[in-house]
Design a protein around this ligand. Sequence first.
Ligand code: PRP
Length: 206
Amino acid sequence: MITIALAKGRLLEPSLKIFETLGYDTREIRESRKLVVENHGARFLLAKPMDVPIYVEYGAADVGIVGQDALRESGVNVYEPLALDYGHCRLMVAGKPDYRDAEWRMIAGLRVATKYPRIAQKFFAARGLSVEIIEVYGSVELAPAVGLADLIVDVVDTGRTLRANGLIELDQVLTSQAALIVNRASHTLRAGEIRELIEKIENRNS
Ligand code: PRP
């Protein structure tokens, strides 16, 4: 039986729609609090987005659907054969309007709050900027508002959260969308099943 890890949160609904289109019954996933659900010859695992890459890398799941942002942050060694057409967002540097006109690039030692410490570290290091990364677990926009950090690196979708908290976009770190990832061993050992699943997902709208 193939095991598929799905990210809970924003990507879950569109991911379940895909499997419904392929003939799976996703009601138990939506309606129960179960984290492992079997249906139609597949086993679905429900994990936090940041954890999906780990489940796939270690082979606890053969495949997973996760945002590229969480995937890049995890730094795991998996195949990423298919980008999906949903979950588009941008990972941005944001801060108070005082930092407009790239003011922030002139200041050493700024504090940056983020759920993405690895990506943020790499981004600033690649630009020769020395910053202090502060890892937080959510509601990142709070940090500049109360003086915990000068800047944030966080996901922007509609931009409403930034605006509501008096922050502006300063620079783009990366763009992200949902992606299908595959465990390296499963990719070889279950090549047929995985190829079939990828083809079905690719052709689901035709
Ligand atoms: C994400 C992100 C921003 C917000 C952006 O948070 O971290 O806070 O959504 O969306 P917007 O641009 O449409 O306002 P999420 O809701 O996933 O919760 P979290 O902050 O607790 O991680």
